[in-house]
Structure formats: structure tokens, C-alpha cells
Design a binder for this molecule. Structure first.
Ligand code: SAH
Ligand code: SF4
Ligand code: F3S
Length: 437
């Protein structure tokens, strides 16, 4: 064993795809002698895996770089890299604005990291933000280490939808689906490493279709046959890519969990059109009806933007009405944030105060729906996948099929297993259960 191991700290912002990418970057750097640590203070290399989705997310990067500048003044050998969607969108600008940064690497170029670090040692400050034609995951080594019970697996990247508010098509490039055999092999390796639940990831995961024509529904069917894999989830989906075979899979595939994150963004057809979402509110509600017919207990989740340019009070009321009609188990909502380079960026015309008021009203409604959904689970027995230790001694925490966090008293030996738990209490963000006899 080499004693001269180097320390790597990765700070991850943004969506689950960044979480997955950070794991893959850590694996890619392991052969170079890097082991991960959980603070920048002990690190030889710090990577910020960034998010550009809203203004605040992007600002965090520059304030973190300010803190790292202080650290680097004490430790001149410290290497600092910026990865992720801010790197992709503002690569050259970051290099110019923050001299403390040694390298900038966009999300499609992570397999080039080892080479880029060599170039840094040679005195360069490389910036790699092109979209190479090769699949980065083919060139990123995977570590065969023991894993926790649930894992992410990216199956699709990029987005061709060009919603008028969104940076993702620019930061992640065109839609691309990984070959299904590779995904299957990776899923088997994960299960061998102790994983019981896999969440398939993609910016538009249900647009998945590989070169052999495999759809997401078919891919889920194949993964469901892997022995030892207990649960399958996928996120994030676009309503227009919700194909019949995927809807059917919700009715037929016991391992596919009854939870669907299906963002709609707004309830007004006028705003949906201005957002370039390419569907109406009625079409979305009709689609949910078909999904609920296949899987009546499915928990629905969504994303909403309030204060999109041109949104009137009446448009916003349409959003509230849609939420009332649907009844969400949980959801995310955001005030519109103009993003450089997107079509809506220069039309930001709803005053901040109005955005904030609308956001509070929407969040109050969504949170009441979430509480109602959770209350309904009290007294029921649910399968819970135990994933980690809870806060209290003797307590373990896991997830219900509906993605609720569930806390219960259980023996550590049950970690990684699915137990049946009776739900006894609902707290703000989680459920309390007892193992059913
Ligand atoms: N691919 C996914 C998620 C994209 S980003 C999808 O199609 O739904 C996650 C969420 O961030 C979006 O669903 C949207 O609600 C929100 N979002 C994206 N751009 C935004 C912006 N400019 N301002 C506010 N919220 C935004
Ligand atoms: Fe962004 Fe729309 Fe693509 Fe989702 S579908 S990533 S919101 S452009
Ligand atoms: Fe953010 Fe990029 Fe994900 S902008 S939400 S990290 S795809």
C-alpha cells in the first residue's frame, strides 16, 4: 500500500446527477492515489461540482472560491477545480475572475480529469468545456467497493426541450442515452456491492431510448429481473415523454416504486406556452389520470415556478387550481430566476415581492397536501428499506415506497433490508414506525 495518498474533497451542489457525477469523479481519481475526505482543510485537491439552475446556486460558487482563496494562501500546493454546470456555462469567465482556480471541467469531460491534473502540475490552467463525442462513463473507472443500500445510476443525460427559463440544455448538451447493456452491468455490480434500491437518473430520464430501441419502460423491466435488486425509481421526467409502456410498468412491475416526480411548472396554458413546455394543463391532468389508473396509490411530486415573465394573478390562480386538482404527495417550488442565455432572461417582469407572496401561498398549499398525504399513512403497514442509523440510539432510518423518510427502532443487523413497519406518527418531514410482528 502506498503511504503517499493524496486527499480529495468534492463539494456537490445541485441535482442528483451531480451527486452521481461526484462519485464517478472520485472513482476516476482513485487510481491516481486520491482518497476522499470530508473537509477542504485536509485536502490536496478540492473540486466544486456546481449548479447553474438559479442565480443563488451560481453565486454560491464564487463565495466558496473566496473561502478557498484564504485556504490556498496558507497551503500553496492546494489544487482547486470547478466542475459541473457553472463550469460549463462560465468556464472561461471563472478562470479569468478567480485566479485561485487551477482547472475548469464541464460535466461531459470528467474522464479527462487525470490528464488535466497532470497539466496543472506542468504549470497550465486547463479549461475543458466541449462536448466530446465519446461517452464519458465508458472512460470513467468504477470502484468495486461496498455500498450503502441505495444508489443513483445515470442512464440519460442532456435535454432537447429548451424550456424558456432553463439552462440545462446549454450546460448538459443534447439528449443522450447510455447503452442498456452497460446500465444493466452497472446495476448488477451495484447489487453485488450491497445495493438494494437503484434510482435511474436523467435530466429527461423518460426520454431514454438507446441505440437498440430500448425504452425506459423496457429497461426497468430488465433491471427488475436482477436478483437482489428490491426497488427501482427514476427521476426526472417530462410529461411529453411519459410513454404507455412506462405507465404500464407502474401497474405491472412490483419493484418499480409508486412514486413519480413529474414537473409541470405552471397551471396556466398561456404561461405553459410561454415556457415552451409543449403541453396544456388539461393534458397533464389527463396524463396523471392514466398513470393513477395503472397505479392508484402512486405518490405524485412536481416542480413549480412562480413569477415567470408575464404571469398575472389569474395565471397564478390557475397554478393553485391545478395543484388542488392533482393533490401532490410532495413538491418543489421556486421563484423565477432569470438565467443568462435563456430565452426568458430579459423578460423578468414580475416584482420580487409578488414572486415571494405567490411562492408562500403555493408552498402553504403544497405543504398542506404533503401533510394530508402523510397523515393518510398513519396506521398502515408499509415496506421500509432501512438505509442508515437514525438520530436516536437504536434507531434506524429508511424509506417508504412513497419516498417518505421513516424512523424506527431496529437492530443494526437489519440495515439494508426491507422490513414491514406500521406507521404510528407523522412529524414535519418524516414518519415514525414500529416493526410489525
Ligand atoms: N429536467 C427536469 C428538472 C430541471 S431543473 C425537468 O424538466 O423538470 C429542476 C427545476 O428547477 C425545474 O423543474 C424548475 O422548476 C426549476 N427551475 C429551472 N430553471 C429555473 C429558473 N430559471 N428559475 C426558477 N426555477 C427554475
Ligand atoms: Fe430544463 Fe425543461 Fe429540459 Fe427540464 S425539460 S431540463 S426544465 S429545459
Ligand atoms: Fe443544476 Fe446542472 Fe443539475 S444546473 S440542477 S447541476 S443539471
Amino acid at each position: 500500500m502506498s503511504g503517499a495518498s493524496k486527499k480529495l474533497f468534492i463539494k456537490t451542489y445541485g441535482c442528483q446527477m451531480n451527486v452521481y457525477d461526484s462519485e464517478r469523479m472520485a472513482s476516476a481519481l482513485a487510481p491516481q492515489g486520491y482518497e476522499t475526505v470530508d473537509s477542504p482543510d485536509a485536502a490536496d485537491l478540492v473540486l466544486l461540482n456546481t449548479c447553474h439552475i438559479r442565480e443563488k446556486a451560481a453565486e454560491k460558487v464564487y463565495s466558496e472560491l473566496g473561502r478557498l482563496r484564504v485556504l490556498k494562501a496558507e497551503k500553496p500546493d492546494l489544487r482547486i477545480g470547478v466542475a459541473g454546470c457553472v463550469a460549463q456555462a462560465e468556464g472561461v469567465e471563472i478562470a479569468a475572475r478567480a485566479p485561485v482556480v487551477d482547472l475548469v471541467v464541464g460535466p461531459q469531460a470528467y474522464h479527462r480529469l487525470p490528464d488535466m491534473l497532470d497539466r496543472v502540475s506542468g504549470g497550465e490552467r486547463p479549461v475543458e468545456t466541449d462536448f466530446p463525442s465519446e461517452d464519458k462513463f465508458d472512460h470513467l473507472p468504477r470502484e468495486k467497493r461496498r455500498r450503502g443500500p441505495s444508489a443513483f445510476l445515470t442512464v440519460q443525460e442532456g435535454c432537447d426541450k429548451f424550456c424558456a427559463f432553463c439552462v440545462v440544455p446549454y450546460t448538459r448538451g443534447a439528449e443522450f442515452s447510455r447503452p442498456s447493456e452497460r446500465i444493466e452491468a452497472e446495476a448488477r455490480d451495484l447489487v453485488d456491492a450491497g445495493v438494494a434500491e437503484i434510482t435511474l437518473l436523467g435530466q429527461n430520464v423518460n426520454a431514454y431510448r438507446d441505440e437498440t430501441g430500448t425504452s425506459l419502460g423496457a429497461l426497468i423491466g430488465r433491471l427488475a429481473r436482477i436478483e437482489g435488486l428490491e426497488r427501482i425509481r427514476y427521476t426526472t421526467s417530462h410529461p411529453n415523454d411519459m410513454e404507455d409502456d412506462l405507465i404500464e410498468a407502474h401497474g405491472q412491475e412490483a419493484k418499480l416504486m409508486p412514486y413519480l416526480h413529474l414537473p409541470v411548472q405552471a397551471g396556466s396554458d398561456r404561461i405553459l406556452k410561454a415556457m415552451n413546455r409543449k403541453h396544456t394543463a388539461a393534458e397533464y391532468i389527463d396524463l396523471l389520470g392514466r398513470i393513477r389508473a395503472a397505479r392508484p396509490d402512486i405518490a405524485l411530486s412536481g416542480d413549480f415556478i412562480v413569477g415567470f415573465p408575464g404571469e398575472t394573478d389569474a395565471d397564478f390562480e390557475d397554478t393553485l387550481r391545478l395543484v388542488e386538482t392533482v393533490g401532490y404527495a410532495q413538491a418543489y417550488s421556486f421563484a423565477y430566476s432569470p438565467r443568462p442565455g435563456t430565452p426568458a432572461a430579459d423578460r423578468d417582469d414580475v416584482p420580487q415581492q409578488v414572486k415571494t407572496e405567490r411562492l408562500h401561498r403555493l408552498q402553504a398549499l403544497l405543504s398542506a397536501q404533503q401533510t394530508a398525504f402523510n397523515q393518510n399513512l398513519v396506521g398502515r403497514s408499509l415496506p421500509v428499506l432501512l438505509e442508515k442509523r437514525g438520530r436516536m440510539p437504536g434507531q434506524l432510518a429508511g424509506k417508504s415506497p412513497y419516498l417518505n423518510a421513516v424512523h424506527l427502532q431496529a437492530d443494526e443487523a437489519l440495515m439494508g433490508r426491507v422490513v414491514t413497519a406500521k406507521i404510528v406518527e407523522v412529524t414535519a418531514n418524516s414518519l415514525a414506525g414500529v416493526i410489525a410482528a
